[in-house]
Design a protein around this ligand. Sequence first.
Ligand SMILES: [Zn+2]
Length: 83
Amino acid sequence: MNLYPLNDVAKNAAKYANEGVTIHQQWLCSHCHVKQTMGEANIFYTSGECEECGQVTDIARDGCNFVAVINVSVQSARSAARH
Ligand SMILES: [Zn+2]
């Protein structure tokens, strides 16, 4: 995963969020280097606590990325036949 400056990533993600796409901030723990995904959607944090080692990473300093989740609603097709 590539890391980009927080402000750039948040700006880019806002475009997706405005279109109804759910985004989750992703970042790398600077201590154990495990990829982390924020549980809260559409929020960008300047720091994050690692779920693996419990240590805090300065995301504003190290950069981050995000994953976009496109919500697709599937509707069953109604029968067009009318008799
Ligand atoms: Zn960690």
